[in-house]
Design a protein around this ligand. Structure first.
Ligand code: PHE
Length: 340
């Protein structure tokens, strides 16, 4: 009986199945109701009692071997034949969900690229600043009312009172302290102001500020640089105009409007029927600011400008509520997924 079990075991292993008919033959031969294995189970009663246990186990192993071999053959057989016929070549491919850049990042990168093309490097600095870099070095004397223009969040850092930077002009002070002119740099980054959150104001937003310092830099250079920027950003028909303004760190100072690209300056509710949209502040760097950072103001002059990225993004993508930028609403963000 042991020899017979062995023999059947071998023939199960070597049985060739290559079509549904031979698979069925396998099933009848080894698993069917009249199979040799079934017969052997019937004969178990004739085995001497002292060997029953051992032979029974051998028989059981044989049955398991037959069943698992059948299952394996069936699986490989089905995956190579039947499944092949199941492939539907007309079915559209499955889409990978791709993420998207946040519109603020997209516009920030575009601004950086525009200024890179005319030789500006990018500089970054800390978001928690000391009074010197955010205010004093920028010609805000202590108790000067201009400090109130930018409602500041103050934080304690050890003994020192620090502030969340209210503009990235602080980075430019750091650059001026560490570099001998010529300097041509932009500083993008997040800034904080203590404002009530609404559609038009937020307690944090993003800026790109620019600084150019060299010998003989003039207001005409500033104007031309900003016109170049406006036309690269909003199209070659864009025009700019300057209105006098005030910042402690620039003199003279101006606010810059770009012609409304939404209505072609005809007047619409975005430009409040003026044909112009305010986009940035700028001016010639005040000599006090140059001196505070160790730059000789009798040799060098410079200009600076600063813009809010949200504002530019609002004009480019017509987003009319500032809060959308930081709510992480997937329906908003999905609109900026690139078309593939
Ligand atoms: N720092 C100013 C602000 O945050 C912008 C500005 C930068 C104005 C440079 C003039 C020159 O509003």
């Amino acid at each position: 009986m042991r020899d017979l079990i062995n023999e059947i075991y071998q023939s199960i292993s070597s049985f060739k199945v290559d079509n549904p008919a031979t698979l069925e033959q396998f099933r009848i031969k080894f698993l069917g109701s009249k199979s040799e294995i079934k017969n052997l189970f019937g004969e178990l009663k004739n085995v001497p009692n002292d060997q029953k246990k051992e032979v029974g186990k051998l028989l059981n192993d044989l049955r398991i071997h037959a069943e698992s071999t059948f299952q394996d053959l069936k699986n490989t057989f089905e995956s190579t034949t039947e499944n092949k016929n199941k492939i539907d070549f007309s079915r559209p491919g499955e889409f990978n969900q791709v993420g998207s850049h946040h519109p603020i990042s997209t516009v920030k990168n575009e601004i950086i690229e525009i200024f890179n093309r005319i030789g500006y490097t990018v500089s970054e600095g800390p978001e928690i600043e000391d009074d010197w870099h955010n205010f004093s070095a920028l010609n805000f004397p202590p108790e000067h009312p201009a400090r109130d223009m930018q409602d500041t969040f103050f934080v304690e850092k050890g003994e020192k009172e620090m502030a969340l930077r209210t503009h990235t002009s602080s980075v430019q002070v750091r650059v001026m302290e560490n570099t001998t002119p010529p300097i041509r740099t932009i500083s993008p980054g997040r800034v904080y102001r203590n404002e009530a959150i609404s559609a038009r104001a937020h307690c944090f937003f993003h800026q790109v500020e620019g600084l150019y310092i060299d010998k003989n830099v003039s207001f005409a250079d500033l104007k031309q640089t900003l016109l170049y920027f406006a036309q690269e950003m909003f199209g070659e028909k864009a025009q700019i105009r300057m209105r006098p303004s005030y910042f402690p760190f620039t003199e003279p100072s101006a606010e810059v409007d770009v012609s409304c690209t939404i209505c072609n300056s005809k007047g619409c509710n975005v430009c409040k029927y003026t044909g112009w949209l305010e986009i940035l502040g700028c001016g010639m760097v005040d000599p006090n600011v140059l001196e505070a950072s160790g730059i000789d103001s009798t040799v060098y002059t410079g200009f600076a400008f600063g813009m809010g990225i949200e504002r530019i993004t609002q004009l480019k993508f017509k987003v009319n509520d500032l809060r959308m930028y930081s709510e992480n609403d997937i329906r908003f963000l999905k609109q900026f997924t690139p078309n593939l």
